[in-house]
Design a protein around this ligand. Sequence first.
Ligand code: SF4
Length: 221
Amino acid sequence: MEQSTVDAMLTWQSTARLERVAEKLRKRGYEVTCCATRDEARAKVLELAEGAQSIGFGGSLSVACLNLTREMRDAGKEILNHGFPNLTAEERDEIRRRQLTCDCFLSSVNALTDDGIIVNVDGVGNRVAAMIYGPRRTVLVIGRNKLVSGDVDAALARIAEIAGPVNAYRLGCKTPCATTGKCANCAGANDGSICRITTVIRQRPAWSDIKILLVNEDLGL
Ligand code: SF4
């Protein structure tokens, strides 16, 4: 059997899984779109952000993979991204604060259970705060690699195994995991920890407008 045939079968299976999760998320109050590719997701984000003037980028690699900044900027939108180079700490902080009240906030999540529960671990908290309340609209771009079979504990295990250590490495944190690649559960004992806040979102927060894009590709960490 050709590898392409195997890939097609695996894509069929992940498509079915994403559609099941989409149904669970809709029951939890979200508007959900399943996207076969990142290009489809990109087009959908641009559509959902069309009427927005200020766009907040929460620091997500999944969103960065969609290469949205230039097109949005060319459309006259204000880009609020604290990850831009050459910003002072004060400027980054100000941008994070402005993300909380932007027109459209773009992020991913650290883990999503098959039952539709969103789990995040954060260091500063601006990303998870904006996901709960503040922006006029939030768009979450979630690759199939973020799905976990199981409950909140399974989601936290994924974060400790993958998202935490690799993000700490990416950000140059002075944490044990940024050296070893393995979580040492340093939260509370290390000034550089990026795992200070855990949020579990069981249902679309009241007064929020959250659109979720489930993408049948691996995106981000
Ligand atoms: S708790 Fe500490 S060691 Fe574990 S992933 Fe987070 S930053 Fe790394």
